[in-house]
Design a protein around this ligand. Structure first.
Ligand code: FRU
Length: 499
């Protein structure tokens, strides 16, 4: 196998060539989901940032398009967002064409090298061809740097409750809230973050949106904040806050603040695995089904630049839906793979009521290719000390994941998963996620691609995403008990027939 064949995912987006990090500017328009991304097309490590571009009708299979935004004399094009300006608030429309407005951070490399602190500012660009090409606004930057070193990643959102455009920006270890009527003039409304949440790294790539709490009429606002370093299992990760917004100021919900304060790091994370960073949600999703859709960068700044691929680097997570659920006395986000994935399901393998006494083979790649599969399992009334699933290959390399009953931890262990030596930080530990659900059943959905596992436990209340690089594909899935026997009530495995 060449590295290319061995590690390029079957159904997670990767750039054809070169480096990729954060997803940017995601919007839906006219039948297409658009994904832009932090991109250095001329090298396989981070470099002068462009916005790469890809389109899809289902967020699963992507077509890479020409680069949408190039760096210029004002700087590299850092992360940001895009919206569909249906009512022409910006005034950029011509001949009735609906403009797409992108907002991004200019990162002035010379300013940084010269030791200045004001080298990041916010700019806009508009597209009159449905996001293929963008014209930078002549009045850039639209928000000058006020003397804050880390001042970036604008996320625009239409606030349908207060009927205005909002923008959230990461500034040091705070989020700044802005509003606008024309997308060019931005007014600073408030700040959030002092003394709340995780603060062991710089805050980046925020997102902010209202959500109806499942099964109620209650509306709460959700703030996503990526942080690097300081993730629950090391490096970069994304925390979230649930609260209220009066059009100016975000206030964390007291019950959610209480929950935060009861956690080890005063933070609740959208994903406890090591490889889901800088993720944000799509704009302009057709309201018919009221979905909120999310995608993240499936890597970690701890080792992103040195993972063992050559012609390209990094993949995105699978597209996920986000829901807000009242749980116990507070709120939790639930993440699930977008339902579009189900249309690719083919061969199905199902077993029920299996007594697991020792190492028990579930399936091997002769039956279903485990590098392109979705697995669902359910274990009711687990009374023993837990269970471990193992994916293994010919070389006996192993990716292990499961649950420890005694300390209520889900875990992923990639320490022996194949190539790990490229970075000391890649496989230095087992990743843990405290279980928060009190459901007697433990259930999960597992998405497997060649180099990634995405675990959605308890209906997506606890998520873990991790990448790995085995020397040959994982071919066998087994499960074993930590100690005494238990019953695996149900396991269903589907091949995902993509490509
Ligand atoms: C997050 C990030 C952003 C920045 C971009 C630069 O991964 O550091 O804050 O805009 O990457 O590529």
């Amino acid at each position: 196998f060449s590295e290319e064949e061995l590690y390029r995912p079957n159904f997670h987006f990767t750039p054809k060539n070169g480096w990729m990090n954060d997803p940017n500017g995601m919007f839906y328009y006219n039948g297409y989901y658009h994904l832009y991304f932090q991109h250095y097309p001329d090298g396989n490590t981070w470099g002068p940032m462009h916005w790469g571009h890809a389109i899809s009708t289902d967020m699963i299979t992507w077509k890479e398009m020409p680069i949408a935004i190039y760096p210029d004399e004002k700087g590299y094009i850092f992360s940001g967002s895009a919206i569909v300006d249906v009512n022409n608030s910006s005034g950029f429309s011509k001949d009735g064409i609906v403009p797409i407005i992108a907002m991004f951070t200019y990162h002035d490399m010379d300013g940084e090298k010269a030791g200045k602190t004001n080298y990041q500012s916010q700019a806009i660009a508009y597209s009159l061809d449905e996001g293929q090409t963008f014209t930078k606004y002549s009045g850039n930057p639209v928000i000058k740097n006020p003397g804050i070193k880390d001042f970036r990643d604008p996320k625009i959102v239409w606030d349908s409750i207060h009927e205005k455009w909002l923008m959230v920006l990461a500034a040091g270890q705070k989020i700044m809230f802005y509003s606008s009527s024309n997308l060019k003039d931005w007014k600073l409304e408030s700040n959030f973050g002092d003394g709340i949440g995780a603060h062991s790294g710089v805050w980046e790539c925020p997102d902010f949106f209202p959500m109806v709490v499942n099964g109620t009429d209650e509306v709460k606002w959700v703030l996503l904040v990526s942080i690097n370093p300081g993730g629950p299992n090391g490096g970069s990760a994304t925390q979230y806050f649930v609260g209220d917004f009066d059009g100016k100021q975000f206030k964390i919900d007291p019950s959610f603040e209480n929950e935060l304060n009861n956690t080890e790091h005063k933070s609740i994370w959208i994903d406890y695995g090591r490889d889901n960073y800088a993720g944000v949600t799509w704009a302009n999703i057709p309201d018919t089904n009221g979905r909120k859709l999310f995608m993240g960068w499936m890597s970690n700044w701890d080792y992103a630049n040195v993972v063992p691929t050559e012609t390209w680097r990094s993949a995105m997570t699978v597209a996920r839906t986000v829901e807000l659920q009242k749980i116990n006395a507070s709120y939790r986000l639930l993440f699930q793979p977008a339902k579009e994935l189900t249309k690719y399901k083919s061969t199905k393998y199902k077993r029920e009521d299996i007594a697991i006494k020792g190492v028990t083979k579930i399936i091997d790649s002769d039956a279903i290719d485990l590098s392109s599969a979705e697995i669902q399992f359910k274990i009711s009334d687990l009374k023993n000390n837990g269970f471990t699933f193992k994916l293994t290959n010919k070389q006996d390399e192993t990716l292990a994941f499961g649950y420890n009953t005694s300390d209520k931890n889900f875990f992923v262990d990639r320490r022996k998963s194949g190539k790990t030596a490229f970075s000391e930080k890649f496989a230095d530990r087992i990743s843990f996620a405290k279980r928060t659900s009190t459901n007697v059943n433990i259930s999960g959905t597992i998405i497997l691609d060649k180099t990634s596992i995405e675990l959605f436990f308890d209906n997506g209340e606890t998520v873990m995403t991790e990448i790995f690089f085995p020397n040959s594909p994982f071919e066998k899935l087994s499960i074993e008990p930590k100690d005494q026997e238990f019953i695996l009530d149900n396991i269903e495995i589907h091949k995902l027939n993509i490509n």
